[in-house]
Design a binder for this molecule. Sequence first.
Ligand code: CA
Length: 236
Amino acid sequence: MTKILIVEDEAGLRQGLEINLRHENYDTATAADGEEAIRLYHAEQPDLVLLDLMLPKKSGFEVLDHIRKVSKVPVILLTARGQETDKVRGLRSGADDYVTKPFGVQELFARIDAVMRRSDVVTQAKAVCEDQLIRLDPSTREAHAANQKLKLSPKEFDLLMYLFKNKERVVPRDELLSRVWNYRVDLNLNSRTVDTHVTRLRRKLQKAVGTDAAVIVAVAKIGYRYLGQASAMVHS
Ligand code: CA
């Protein structure tokens, strides 16, 4: 049974969410402030967190930061209308999605389903990815290229893994934003985020591989593709 931690200080909304989620056969735990949210997160080990941002004691952002230091549990923000910058900040801080109050329960259920599906994809993807050039171990998050250990940031690791798994095609920037960063494309976030990360990742790969040939190629106006050893492998 999927357990959802509901963090919301408005009693009416909190109870309404609890009733609706239980009706849909979710197990629930509820917190009315940020401190209780952190305590219950550890005590209840929920599968998903619904997180209001404006909370007593600790803000939703502080709760999110705390959770992200210890876990990749899916987090959906409950935001108020007009808090556009908060949504962006929340997504950049690692939230998976948001709903804007007032929202219908059907929309919320749909978002929960979508986020849980993505999270299943991530947790099931524990197999080591390997070719002659790189080796990526999702369980330890260790990356090697040409038998050298790479120091990758978590996003660089996820990015390389995603490109590797889709190496038969060019992956559009929008797709990388939504699948690696979990951004919703309708937020119109800057795709330069992707470019910056790819540039850093390529630099690290090329340093390890010791060649000027591209391991990851940019395809103009579309996105990126992992080429791997086919064009890049140069043994010294
Ligand atoms: Ca609130």
